[in-house]
Design a binder for this molecule. Structure first.
Ligand SMILES: O=[N+]([O-])c1ccc(O[C@@H]2O[C@@H](CO)[C@H](O)[C@H]2O)cc1
Length: 804
């Protein structure tokens, strides 16, 4: 579905944000009015250059350039600029991206959705994918078809299985997200601190945003109540990775409030935590609002008594740019009322323009990326990588031994289900125009077999009626049944959370009917959020179950190659597959991660869930077997083993740590030898979990502390995974959000069903290694006020006509 169509479904199309793509000119530093200004001096410091530029703007010109559609300053030769570009898994249709209708620049590489790329547990892959995306983005920019900043990635952890946008994220685990996004930003921005940023990435949505529309709660009105402990442990590590450790160029605040304060107007979140605590202090980084989110500060959050006050509060809190027109409409009055002074406006503008300077906006052909063009888009390498990313993420959940299955040309295959011939569907949301979209049906046909396709939309219908006779006739003739279905963007989407995490009755009827033939049968469970596949797991007539997420442009080929063994599966679930009844046990509005007897919550994610998942986080089968052992450098003598435990003094660990941020200090590198003990070559992702009894109860079940994907281990071969554990990984958050090293017992487990284990203890006194800035006591409760449709009932808040 196109962004515009999804916006139409959301009721957002035609809204005030992002209309019009302004001209794409660059400032002319050769002959233009600015040629003698410091902003055109490529040797000067970017901050000085931006200051010199902004000093030329009048107050009106400054106020005009606070929105995502910035008019620039024509008298100075500063061109208009559209700030809103998307690139979630490839250059994507969005207000600032303009695909041509045919020929050059009519498509861009479409990678799998992040939830599937997360399943690869391969940071190098993510870096490569991001590098291709930024190359293509630059090529589009050079052709005047995109800006230079992109509002990706979405790194809110996939907390609740109902969330419609979990598909956009790498999954539910905060360590995984932090590591993934570190690699992603490197690839997108062209390094962590290059002279010229390749593009600017935007980590969103900061913070506590992970609900669209559930049981009368909407993202625009929602006030997420989150303890400091959960904020530190769960909701913000990804943002810390972006801001503190990856030097991301931009951060986006949210629609929702957090503990009573709309995030875009929260001086603690955007100031104390983001800029002060995480040191995101250079002036080349900016915060943008979510699109039209500033209006929600006034209504429905009622955090300001007038619209100008709402705008001023956001600016003062540190929201430098407005996706929309709210600033442009309301800041002038707020300024006239003295609600902020010009220096705050200067700061926002300097942040924006110094960021553009770092992108080389004023530097003409001195910028190395200026030479990228259409021939750099969808190259053979990019196509290979889109395929590889799908293969690496696709996860084998069940296999009774049928797979891998050789398919010969004299075989017949029945491809059944709503995803059988999926094309656009394979991209999920936030996508662009793909060069091609290879469905499972297409891929099955390439094998030379006879293929019968029945898409039976949504699996609807009574399978016993005559209209199904052709389906059953074709199934009768087939040697293999592939049922490809699950969920898609008709049930999980921006603006739409799910109210069931089960297969529908009609789908289960169809699955049951197909299985009753007793033929070799493979189910492809498609979509980003998980569906409880227990009925498939428990059906002995179904040989194999594969989770395919949204696999992108070559997804069908990747799926079929895994079925036939041309590629070996090594994906791991980056999220828990809960039993269907889970959603009755905890409301989406309960933000707490820990189990709670008083509310009946069984806890969230593999770290805290007290029930039995259908498939656990990290689950994923292979076509071969692996063994693991800690190699001599990291084992018994220094760290203990299952037979004996080594101990480490907390005070020594802290005393020997000389990083400003002590959680970054390395505890140890653990070398784990992984051997392929079977007969089929395969990748293997070494996942290392920490467990044990240390710190206050309740203890998490376990937590991921390191991972590494090893590639192409041939039969019998051994490869070593070097796993770095930091002091931060050993620590837990206390109830104030401080990271604390606790004395006690620790065990490091390799894999979900541990292949190796190593024990150690920490001794001495507990020690804080990261002192969390304390927010003010919440004094404000957001109101229940909500008036239904966004952009309709209180459309006047957008002030298209300028009234207040
Ligand atoms: O009015 N619109 O056109 C519109 C379109 C998209 C939209 O969603 C928001 O915009 C995205 C900006 O990157 C955020 O991830 C998402 O929360 C919000 C509003």
């Amino acid at each position: 579905m196109s962004l515009l169509l999804s916006l139409a479904l959301l009721g957002l199309a035609g809204h005030s944000v992002g209309q019009g793509i302004p001209d794409r000119g660059f400032p002319d530093c050769q002959d233009g009015p600015l040629k003698n200004n410091t902003v055109c001096d490529t040797t000067a410091d970017p901050l000085e250059r931006a200051r010199a530029l902004i000093s030329l703007f009048t107050v009106e010109e400054k106020l005009n350039n606070t929105g995502s559609v910035s008019p620039g300053v024509p008298r100075l030769g500063v061109p208009p600029y559209q700030w809103w570009q998307e690139a979630l898994h490839g250059v994507a249709s969005s207000p600032g991206v303009n695909f041509s209708t045919n020929g050059d620049f009519s498509y861009a590489t479409s990678f799998p959705q992040p939830i599937l790329m997360g399943a690869a547990f391969d940071d190098e892959l993510i870096r490569e994918v991001a590098s291709i995306v930024s190359t293509e983005a630059r090529a589009f920019n050079n052709d005047g078809r995109a800006g230079l900043d992109f509002w990706t990635p979405n790194i809110n952890p996939f907390r609740d299985p109902r969330w419609g946008r979990g598909q956009e994220t790498p999954g539910e685990d905060p360590f995984h997200i932090s590591s993934y996004v570190h690699a992603l930003i490197d690839g997108l921005q062209g390094g962590y601190d290059p002279k010229y940023k390749k593009i600017v990435a935007t980590c969103k949505h900061f913070a506590g945003y992970d609900m669209e529309s559930w049981n009368g709660n909407y993202r625009y009105q929602w006030d997420a109540h989150i303890s400091q402990q959960d904020l530190k442990d769960y909701y913000t590590p990804g943002f810390q990775s972006c801001a503190r450790d990856s030097n991301v160029g931009a951060i986006m605040c949210t629609y929702n409030a957090l503990n009573g304060v709309p995030t875009c107007a929260d001086p603690w979140l955007l100031g104390d935590l983001l800029r002060d605590h995480w040191g995101w202090t250079n002036e080349q980084q900016w915060v943008t609002s979510d699109c039209d989110s500033l209006q929600n500060i006034y209504l429905p959050h009622e955090f300001a008594s007038t619209r100008p006050e709402a705008a001023a509060k956001a600016l003062l809190a540190g929201t430098d740019l407005d996706c929309g027109t709210y600033y442009q409409h309301h800041l002038p009055k707020a300024y006239a009322q003295g609600l902020f002074n010009e220096s705050v406006l200067d700061q926002a503008l300097i942040r924006q323009y110094s960021s553009l300077i770092r992108l080389g906006y004023f530097d003409g052909d001195a910028v190395p990326y200026r030479s990228l063009g259409w021939s750099d888009v969808n190259t053979g390498n990019a196509q290979q990588l889109a395929y590889k990313a799908a293969v690496e993420g696709i996860t084998l959940l069940k296999n009774d031994g049928l797979l891998p299955l050789q398919v010969s040309s004299n075989m017949s295959i029945a491809v059944i289900g709503g995803w059988g011939n999926a094309t656009e569907q394979m991209q999920g949301n936030y996508y662009g125009v793909a060069p091609y979209l290879h469905s499972p049906y297409y891929a099955a046909q390439q094998l030379g077999a006879t293929v019968y396709l029945h898409t039976v939309p949504g699996g609807q219908g009574d399978p016993t009626t005559n209209s199904w006779l052709t389906v059953w006739g074709d199934v009768e003739k087939s040697d293999l049944i592939i049922y490809a279905d699950g969920i898609d963007n008709s049930v999980e989407l921006e603006g739409m959370d799910r109210n069931s995490v089960a297969w529908t009755g009609a789908q289960l009827d169809m699955i049951g009917e197909l299985a009753s033939y007793g033929k070799p049968m493979v189910v492809l469970q498609m979509g980003g959020g998980q569906i409880d596949s227990a009925p498939i797991a428990n059906n002995e007539n179904i040989s194999a179950l594969i989770w395919g997420g949204y696999p992108g442009q070559d997804g069908g080929v990747a799926l079929l190659d895994i079925i036939t063994g041309k590629a070996a599966p090594a994906g791991r679930l980056p999220l828990t597959q809960y039993p269907a009844e889970y959603i009755a046990q905890v409301p989406m509005t309960d933000m707490s991660i820990r189990p709670d007897e008083s509310t009946g919550s069984p806890g969230r994610t593999y770290q805290w869930y007290t029930g039995t998942p259908t498939y656990e986080f990290g689950h994923g089968l292979h076509y071969t077997n692996f063994s693991a052992s800690f190699s001599s450098g990291s084992s018994p003598s220094s760290y203990g083993s299952s037979s004996g435990s080594s101990s480490h003094s907390i005070q020594d660990l802290v005393g020997n740590c000389h990083e400003h941020y002590q959680d970054k200090c390395l505890f140890r590198t653990f070398d784990v030898d992984i051997q392929n003990t079977g007969s089929i070559a395969s990748d293997y992702s070494a996942l290392a979990f920490l467990t044990g009894t240390h710190g206050p109860k309740p203890y998490p079940n376990k937590r991921l502390v390191a991972y590494r994907r090893l590639h192409d281990l041939t039969a019998g071969s051994t490869s070593t995974a070097h796993l770095n554990l930091t002091l931060g990984s050993l620590s837990r958050a206390d109830n104030k959000g401080n990271s604390v090293l606790y004395p006690g017992d620790y065990a490091l487990l390799i894999d979900t069903q541990p292949l190796a284990m190593l024990n150690f203890t920490l001794t001495g006194q507990e020690a804080i290694i990261d002192l969390w800035p304390q927010p003010p006591e919440p004094t404000y409760q957001t109101s229940d006020y909500f008036v239904g449709g966004y952009g309709s009932t209180y459309g006047e808040d957008v002030l298209i006509n300028g009234t207040v």
